[in-house]
Design a protein around this ligand. Structure first.
Ligand code: URA
Length: 214
């Protein structure tokens, strides 16, 4: 089973309601041996028409971010949690995400075996770790069962809210280091549960502080 076989299955898929509104499926594209996989939310209008991920405004910005660190789109693999455009670009429903990822995305990941999965935005991040918060956790790599994840803002969010650009750009610049560490010293990156405990104690600290202040 290779990526083309999976893409052929995706093209025939009717496992959820999203197939009804699609022009084309958008399986993802790029280097089948990529060290890094970028995973967005779902196709928009342009992606649906072309059958390719991230070809609209957010995609142009993603390409610029890659160029900024000396990479090309063809070096990486770019995909989404859902492979068909949600109507009027609404958020994908949890059951659509569940069906599409278990049937296709997770199999693509198993074939590519990337050193790092870059999650773009909250839908992608929360498919892998439900209780992460993108505004708090972006730019902090972590491991779950040996797989390294690196959450960053969705490029579309940074286009709408210019204030996020500095964050997304500095997170991108750290990516080569994150990959090097994931390959050489993955144990130096925290397990997701260790970060959760840290976040929990930070929360306790801030509510303690709050109590002291009020
Ligand atoms: N936004 C996404 O999340 N994915 C795309 O492919 C395009 C825009």
């Amino acid at each position: 089973m290779d990526l083309n076989d999976i893409a052929k299955e995706i093209a025939q898929c009717r496992k959820c309601g999203l197939h009804q509104g699609r022009t084309q499926t958008v399986p993802g594209e790029g280097n089948p041996r990529a060290e890094v996989m970028f995973i967005g939310e779902g196709p928009g209008e342009k992606e649906d028409l072309q059958g390719r991920p991230f070809v609209g405004a957010a995609g142009k910005y993603l390409s610029q971010l890659l160029e900024m660190i000396g990479w090309k789109r063809a070096d990486v693999f770019i995909a989404n949690v859902v492979k068909c455009r949600p109507p009027k670009n609404r958020d994908p429903l949890p059951e659509e995400v569940e069906t599409c990822t278990t049937n296709y995305l997770f199999r693509q990941i198993a074939v590519i075996k990337p050193a790092v999965i870059v999650t773009l935005g909250r839908h992608s991040l929360n498919r892998f770790v439900p209780d992460r918060i993108i505004s708090r956790d972006h730019g902090k790599p972590f491991r779950v069962k040996g797989q390294v994840y690196y959450p960053i803002y969705h490029p579309a969010a940074a286009l709408y809210r210019g204030a996020l650009r500095a964050d997304i750009e500095s997170d991108f610049r750290k990516l080569p280091q994150v990959i090097a560490k994931a390959k050489l010293k993955p144990k130096k990156l925290p397990e997701a549960s260790a970060l959760d405990n840290l976040n929990k104690s930070a929360k306790i600290d801030s509510s303690r502080q709050q109590r002291l202040l009020t």
